[in-house]
Design a binder for this molecule. Structure first.
Ligand code: NAG
Ligand code: NAG
Ligand code: NAG
Ligand code: NAG
Ligand code: NAG
Ligand code: NAG
Ligand code: NAG
Ligand code: NAG
Ligand code: NAG
Ligand code: NAG
Ligand code: NAG
Length: 448
């Protein structure tokens, strides 16, 4: 077994070196880490590692391994910013004289990630509304045993933040002095004067839409705005460039954060304080601007090539070409318009069926219990949940899931992948049935 893997690795190395040599001649080489799924690795196995990063910049290798040989365990890759993962902005800017540790993409990141007990990882620190069996699983430290969910403060009770309130409620201030904060029902569509997305129902965010109404914040449905609609740009979170000449230099995160209000899934920055919904119909590369590239937009990830996203001849935003799964092929960081429109449709059904706590609205794992994931026994809902989780996972790891092999590897290892999410949802159905059987059993024992 080991021998054959070594052989495969060797063959891969050979193929890469052949490719890069040839590609260098054509000046078309991506210098990205080689990511691979391994069955066995003598360094990873003894420590139950599921991710091992080579620890260098530019990064040369990342190995992934699934946790299936340990019962009830998953790879702890839920929080994206806690583990080391290729970051093209930093991959090519290595400079050993740099003195600011924050410039390093490895600073504060785990180079090794372990297989973790599924219950420890997924069934603790739960928001109100999540399924529980014991108090200790809940952030509120209170599991309502009749309902089987974590509970906190009720409507009209005083609160200091959202997490204290029950699902369906948000911690909101009175409109007048002394602005006392209490748990109140989340606001409905078009209700004005919200202060954040979390004040609104789970399928809406809090923005000013520039239309014929009074220009105040109101609750607006996600993925609902038409092309060209103008709305608030979140200057607090996304103001890296407040300089007018560079404010069009957007990040992928900023585009998607604002794009989730648009039917198209994409928004650009129209002015310092305005975002605009945009449809993208062609993508070009800075090293060959006359050619329209076909999705999934392959490009050379070496820190120099920029992907230009356009509507007709109008440039909407540009983003650096990013590393893909294998070291030789890079991709533009965001998908095509068809993918994004489908993502918008499936995400809408996910948000519309979202009865989770306001802070769990974007938590795909929570949706198995308090969102449409609780109805996976119905075939249509199951398909919607599966599609929604797949589109969201692929968007998150777009450049790393572009081939059948890489998609299959990632899908098997990441706990937020479609495969893992559906497995959790199904295992939950089984656990629920078990709990019911047990309680019926204990009831009958009591009766005896
Ligand atoms: C490397 O970083 C140092 C310290 O920040 C800086 O003075 C130097 O110009 C940088 N060198 C290059 C090639 O960017
Ligand atoms: C890449 O690294 C830079 C600097 O460390 C950071 O600001 C940026 O958010 C990172 N990008 C991603 C996608 O993690
Ligand atoms: C909450 O307080 C409001 C205003 O005092 C009152 O009208 C409402 O009935 C209260 N709701 C509940 C469920 O007690
Ligand atoms: C909210 O406003 C939008 C845009 O004007 C409109 O399409 C929608 O019907 C309104 N919703 C409600 C519940 O009033
Ligand atoms: C919303 O806020 C605006 C500006 O602060 C204020 O004029 C308006 O009365 C508020 N609307 C409601 C319904 O409280
Ligand atoms: C705003 O009002 C103008 C004039 O009444 C109308 O032509 C236009 O369609 C309206 N725009 C929107 C977005 O409703
Ligand atoms: C958005 O566009 C659709 C179709 O063109 C139209 O029916 C709808 O009224 C528009 N909505 C708004 C809020 O302008
Ligand atoms: C804005 O950024 C550009 C490019 O970094 C720089 O040349 C210019 O001086 C900056 N302008 C201001 C007002 O800071
Ligand atoms: C960001 O802006 C600078 C200066 O305007 C430009 O040189 C650079 O190519 C831009 N980066 C991207 C990714 O568009
Ligand atoms: C998304 O849903 C809308 C309305 O339900 C539909 O008109 C549109 O064709 C759908 N888009 C895609 C790409 O399926
Ligand atoms: C499931 O979807 C199909 C096709 O859209 C539809 O014909 C069927 O009635 C749906 N079933 C349920 C139970 O909603």
């Amino acid at each position: 077994m080991r021998l054959s893997i070594v052989k495969v690795q060797f063959a891969a190395l050979l193929a890469i070196s052949l490719f890069t040599n040839r590609a260098f001649a054509q000046s078309f080489a991506s210098s990205c880490p080689n990511i691979q799924c391994v069955q066995y690795d003598d360094k990873m196995e003894p420590d139950n590692l599921c991710l091992a990063h080579s620890g260098d910049i530019p990064t040369t290798s990342i190995k992934l391994r699934n946790c299936n040989d340990l019962p009830n365990s998953v790879c702890n890759l839920i929080e994206y910013d806690k583990f080391a993962w290729p970051n093209v902005t930093q991959q090519f800017k290595t400079n050993t004289s740099m003195t600011d540790p924050r410039q390093s993409p490895l600073f504060g990141k785990q180079l090794e990630v372990k297989c973790t007990d599924k219950n420890d990882l997924l069934e603790t620190q739960l928001q109100n509304g999540r399924s529980c069996l014991e108090d200790i699983q809940c952030l509120s430290k209170k599991c309502d045993w009749d309902a089987g969910i974590c509970v906190g403060r009720k409507i009209n009770q005083t609160c200091k933040d959202h997490s204290q309130c029950n699902a369906g409620l948000a911690c909101m201030a009175a409109r007048t002095w002394p602005f006392t904060t209490t748990c109140q029902a989340q606001l409905a569509e078009n209700v004005t004067n919200c202060t954040s997305d979390f004040d609104c129902a789970n399928n809406m965010g809090c923005i000013i839409v520039v239309d014929n109404r009074t220009q105040v914040n109101r609750c607006v449905k996600y993925y609902s705005l038409n092309g060209s609609t103008l709305f608030t740009w979140d200057q607090e979170q996304y103001n890296l460039q407040s300089n007018l000449t560079t404010f069009l230099n957007l990040t992928k995160e900023a585009i998607l954060y604002h794009g989730k209000f648009c039917k198209s899934g994409f928004a650009n920055r129209f002015s310092l304080n305005r975002a605009q919904c945009v449809d993208i119909d062609n993508v070009r590369l800075s090293n060959d601007v006359n050619t329209v590239v076909a999705s999934p937009y392959q490009c050379r990830a070496d820190g120099s090539v920029i992907c230009i996203y356009q509507t007709g001849n109008l440039k909407r935003f540009s983003l650096q070409c990013e590393c893909g799964f294998d070291s030789t092929t890079g991709y533009c960081p965001l998908p095509d318009q068809t993918f994004m429109s489908n993502l918008a449709n499936y995400s809408r059904s996910l948000y519309d069926g979202n009865q989770c706590h306001t802070l769990d609205r974007h938590n795909i794992i929570a949706q198995k219990e308090c969102g449409i994931g609780q109805f996976v026994t119905q075939i249509n809902t199951s398909v919607k949940f599966q599609q929604a989780s797949d589109y969201q996972f692929q968007l998150k790891y777009w450049t790393f899931t572009r081939t059948v092999e890489s998609y299959s590897c990632m899908n098997n290892i990441f706990p937020t992948s479609q495969l893992s999410i559906m497995a959790f949802a199904k295992s939950l159905v089984i656990i629920r049935n078990l709990v019911i059987t047990l309680s019926v059993l204990s009831a009958s024992i009591l009766f005896l």
